[in-house]
Design a protein around this ligand. Structure first.
Ligand code: ADP
Length: 479
């Protein structure tokens, strides 16, 4: 009964089943095998393949004519070529097992994969055509955008000249508006150009050695005015562990920061915008820098978070109506960050604000960074103390207030001090404060009082007060 059932199941199965012995002689082939292999009309047992050599069906896999071989094909599923009776062939996925109940009897189960292969080839062809079409489209967009640049710059140049010439205030205002519109248009054109280059995989980074903090100062200066015009606070802090010089594509890092800061400004009406830069890893001569840009703006709802870094995506239509934009900025940022080996992420809460963070891998110029590590800070102190002694010996004390060396050292230490204050690294701030205090020993009473107040604010770990006192002191010691 059990045998009858399994015979029935084998006969009806959609896959081809062949049973054969260790000489390769087929004793049974199910209906699917007979049909696909063209042995249906074979007179006799109804199993037209019976008595034939399995090597006739799979000549590339099994030996012919009773030559012994590994009939299990290593027990794994294999791609074979099955030959029909008329010697045409088709691909199959086949597996052979040895019967447990009847050792020396093998069962081969094979599926015709001709259609699957055809389908695979068709999919490949469709994909290739789609890629080709996308490429043509991207090239067209890139060309058109490039062509747009010339007339926009033409208008811009002429308008600038006219602004210089005309005196009528209404005309000046109109021309300035045209100038601003051309600027905006240029930004959009540049975004589309970058986007199509990135999309076509034609974008290449141009790494160069640059002064990291100067780059950040430049970014800060670009946004400071508009941020304070809106009445927002703006803080930029860099961890002392970030080297002075790094190797990377400065322009593109500026572009990412500009984009994130413009968004932060666009979507924030009250509160503050902060930028923090940390060094998070180093491997060989490469370092990972981590940037955090936070705002206290309108935020982004949870449901919209996954749309953020997709091209042309804005959270909703009302946002684009109210705030403008093309929805390309963050997608470009994501692609640039990924080209620099990093990741970009966002965290946000509706009506509470957003934090965008990204990492990039850059080349480190450690020799420029030496004085940043704690050990080297000590070395700097030692050197300064030494300078002091040498100065005393030679009669020109470098620590005396007013000498160029003294003022230079004071300037350097004050700028390090503000970094520590902004990072709220009070321990380090106290160390720099002590140096500043020594350097200001000979200073006028006014400066010394400023130093004392700043020192107290730092010892109390009071950020607001320390930052305010710092500003006052910086003005007093400005050169
Ligand atoms: P756009 O040029 O339109 O600003 P982006 O890709 O830079 O394009 O931003 C996409 C969308 O993400 C914005 O339209 C906005 O809805 C949302 N978004 C980006 N940054 C912020 C942010 N700091 N606060 C709130 N929403 C933001």
């Amino acid at each position: 009964m059990e045998d009858e059932n399994s015979m029935f199941l084998m006969e009806e199965a959609l896959e081809m089943i062949l049973v054969f012995n260790e000489e390769g002689v087929v004793s049974y082939a199910n209906a699917a095998a007979r049909k696909k292999l063209g042995y249906e009309e074979e007179p006799g047992s109804g199993s037209g393949l019976a008595g034939r050599d399995v090597g006739e069906v799979f000549p590339n896999a099994f030996p012919w004519g009773g030559v012994p071989g590994d009939y299990t094909l290593g027990g794994a599923q294999r791609n074979l070529v099955a030959y029909r009776r008329n010697r045409t062939c088709f691909p199959v996925e086949a597996k052979v097992v040895e019967s447990l109940r009847r050792p020396g009897t093998y069962v081969c189960m094979a599926n015709d994969i001709l259609e699957k292969e055809h389908l695979g080839r068709e999919i490949g062809q469709v994909r290739e055509e789609a890629q080709q079409a996308a490429k043509v489209k991207a090239e067209f967009v890139a060309n058109v955008t490039h062509e747009l640049r010339t007339p926009v710059n033409g208008i811009l140049g002429n308008v600038r000249e006219l602004v210089e010439e005309v005196t009528d205030p209404r005309t000046v205002k109109a021309l300035q508006l045209i100038e601003r519109c051309c600027g905006d248009m240029n930004k959009i054109i540049n975004n589309i150009l970058d986007f199509s280059k990135l999309d076509a995989g034609k974008f290449t980074l141009e790494p160069r050695r640059f002064h990291f903090r100067n780059m950040l100062d430049y970014v800060k200066a670009q946004h400071k005015g508009r941020i304070s015009e809106k009445g927002l606070d703006f803080f930029v802090t860099v961890s002392p562990q970030v080297p002075e010089y790094v190797v990377g594509d400065e322009l593109r890092i500026v572009q990412i920061l500009n984009n994130l800061l413009s968004n932060a400004l666009k979507f924030t009406a009250v509160g503050k915008i902060t930028v923090q830069v940390l060094r998070t890893a180093s491997v060989g001569d490469k370092i990972e820098l981590f940037f955090i840009i936070s705002d206290t703006g309108i935020g982004i709802g949870e449901a919209d978070m996954d749309k953020l870094f997709r091209s042309f995506s804005q959270v909703d239509a009302s946002i684009s109506r109210k705030y403008g934009g093309t929805g390309l900025g963050l997608s470009i940022c994501r692609q640039l960050v990924e080209l620099m080996g990093g990741r970009i992420e966002a965290e946000s809460e509706k009506n509470r604000g957003s934090t965008f963070s990204f990492s990039v891998w850059l080349g480190a110029c450690e020799e420029e960074h030496r004085e940043q590590s704690p050990d080297d800070v000590k070395a700097v102190f030692r050197q300064m103390a030494h300078q002091g002694q040498e100065g005393a010996k030679t009669g020109g004390d470098a620590r005396s207030y007013g000498t160029p060396e003294n003022r230079e050292a004071l300037k350097k230490n004050l700028s390090k001090l503000i970094l520590c204050i902004e990072m709220e690294n009070w321990e380090k701030a106290e160390m720099f404060m002590e140096t500043v205090r020594q350097l200001a020993e000979e200073a006028p009473a006014e400066v010394k009082r400023g130093v004392l107040r700043l020192k107290m604010a730092i010892q109390k770990e009071n950020y607001e007060k320390a930052a305010a006192e710092y500003e006052k002191l910086e003005q007093l010691t400005a050169m």
